[in-house]
Design a protein around this ligand. Structure first.
Ligand SMILES: NC(=O)c1ccc[n+]([C@@H]2O[C@H](COP(=O)([O-])OP(=O)(O)OC[C@H]3O[C@@H](n4cnc5c(N)ncnc54)[C@H](O)[C@@H]3O)[C@@H](O)[C@H]2O)c1
Length: 241
């Protein structure tokens, strides 16, 4: 098969990023995936290139983009949080979250859009969060020490607005920019937390990474030419009560 559509996925060593990359390289749609993460990964395949990069470093991002020509899509998935209480929040913690979630997304998007404007084509999918739309409910976090922070929420609502802004500014260049906002994904959380979160969720469970793949396919589909600036919340209905 000829791989004709280059897709960049950031945060590709993480839980969601790995699921995205595995899906895209195996879905027979001609995708060639640039898998970007701060962590080194060494399993390149015929349609996969792992690149070690810190997306908050402008020179690294600019250098990376100088190595690619065609670009079909960018998935800005890298993101971090901080879980300590607000009253002990440090300036460093605050800035670190904004740096990865917003500055990194901004740098990747700016360089990608430079290419896309020339190509008159492109799709960007930014990964937001339900906590960019609603505040996290501290009652379900209890003493889990995983309480989502104000700065994470700020960064994710910033992502949603960033997508909207860019979508209006580059629609004429045939570039679509949308957000997918996931709800909580199951991994190593405490049983107490999983139970409380699931009880509050109309679907009675946390998300699995597979729950996000249909939306990814849908937004990346060539036939999708008119969905722009949307925020697709995928949370089993968690935010809909
Ligand atoms: N896991 C969830 O429950 C959940 C819920 C809603 C939204 N999200 C969002 O989904 C995205 C992926 O989440 P995840 O749970 O897979 O995260 P994760 O922590 O498993 O993976 C994040 C990846 O980003 C990489 N990364 C961090 N800083 C980087 C940098 N400066 N440069 C390059 N790579 C960097 C890390 O090395 C890591 O591999 C994030 O944006 C997150 O905010 C996750």
């Amino acid at each position: 098969m000829k791989f004709t559509k280059n897709i960049i996925v950031t945060g590709s060593a993480g839980q969601l990023g790995q699921a995205f990359v595995n899906h895209l390289i195996n879905c027979d749609k001609g995708y060639y995936v640039y898998s970007l993460d701060k962590k080194k990964i060494n399993n390149n395949q015929k349609n996969l290139l792992n690149v070690e990069i810190d997306i908050t470093k402008e020179d690294e991002v600019v250098d990376f983009f100088s190595t690619i020509n065609n670009l079909y899509a960018l998935i800005n998935n890298a993101g971090i949080g901080v879980f300590t209480p607000f009253l002990s929040r440090t300036v460093k913690e605050f800035k670190d979250v904004l740096d990865v979630n917003l500055v990194g997304t901004f740098l990747m998007s700016r360089e990608a859009i430079k290419k896309m404007v020339k190509l008159k084509y492109g799709k960007i999918i930014n990964i937001g969060s339900i906590y960019g739309v609603n505040s996290s409910d501290h009652r379900i976090y209890g003493k889990s020490k995983r309480n989502n922070s104000e700065v994470y929420s700020i960064s994710k609502s910033g992502i949603i607005m960033f997508s909207k802004y860019l979508s209006t500014h580059f629609a004429e260049d045939n570039i679509q920019i949308n957000t997918i906002s996931p709800g909580g994904i199951k991994r190593s959380q405490s049983m107490d937390f999983i139970k409380k979160y699931s009880k509050k969720n109309p679907s009675r469970r946390m998300a699995e990474t597979n729950d996000f793949l249909p939306a990814l396919d849908f937004l990346l589909d060539e036939k999708n030419k008119y969905i722009n600036g949307e925020n697709i919340i995928i949370d089993g209905g968690f935010t809909k009560w």
